[in-house]
Design a protein around this ligand. Sequence first.
Ligand code: ADP
Length: 378
Amino acid sequence: MFKCTPIKRENGEDWILLAFNDITLWKDKERTEKKNADDIKKILETLPQMTLTVSPKGAITYFNQFSLDYLGMSLAQALSCSWETVILPETLTMVITTWHDAVATEQDFNMEFQIKRQQDGNYRWHLCRASVIRNEEGIITSWVGAAIDIHDQKTKEQVKDEFINIASHELKTPLTTAKAYIDLAQFNMGKTNNENLLFVQKAGESINRLNDLIGELLDVSKIKNGKLDLNISTFDFNEMITSTIEGVQLISPQHIIMRTGDIDEPVTADRERLRQVFLNLLTNAIKYSPSTDKVFVNILKENGEIKVSVTDSGIGIRKENIPKIFTLYYREEGRAVHFQGLGIGLSISQEIIHRHKGRIWVESEVDKGSTFSFTIPI
Ligand code: ADP
């Protein structure tokens, strides 16, 4: 680079200062980065989804032709248009805030929202992702993003969720009435030692199972609608653990539940929701260990947290499936199918524990068994 600066000296003479800088390396780097950016655009242009690039500071610099066709704009129009013209107004603030957070923290952007299709004016659901591209020195040179149309799949899912929600609510009322009558019949027959008591007890157990199942389906709806509220109180954690174990022991006498550890102070949390998580882990431990007869429960306080672990010596989980185990409706292919279940319990448990700002995880080995643990801060 060549720089030329006029200077006036004190004696009145006019001088010129010439400076030369060797910027070959810098120019080479600039050329490489431009070539990389051009290569990325070439790849993005071939994709049958909306793609774009963004400057390090967050301004959009390029849309592929697929995006322009969807938005019904020229490149110049798309680059200068404001977000409110293409994003569903109700979600606009949330999208902009999440995007600004991603840019400020240099974290990947990952969000589902609706984008307007010019052709028919409909807002269609898209899964939108953007990641940073860094140069050799680790400095961000751009962002690359894609928006994948998931509208059809999302609409089907919404219809299914709505149906499950309505059906569960409709089933809940007659089931509560049936349960009340069964409890009453059981109570009266117990007094007279009626020979049919056993049948009524069996009917009661089935009603309880159905009730739990409907409760779980309703919880899934609550989670999806962000309405799973916690009911916080201060309670005796040991008592909650003991009574849950006693309840499970009654209906599963073939397994012995061995418990170690105590929490020596009251805990402030949602008692019923934590009981639900513990019950789920305990009944799973029993269900998935049909050929053994012991399940271990350990409770302890460490590093300002309560930790609960449930260990079985059952069928275990394949290593590659462990990351999927807390996903809604996930059941281990070819293995869990031999046991009753819908693949809902662990995903609800995870949500409850996360709402308590805790952690939940599993360590497992096939045919050796599993240990599910959760922590909540005290
Ligand atoms: P469900 O038991 O009704 O299928 P969950 O959400 O409780 O639903 O569990 C999801 C899946 O995790 C199960 O289908 C099973 O594959 C696996 N799993 C859960 N607990 C255990 C366990 N203790 N041992 C082995 N596999 C388990």
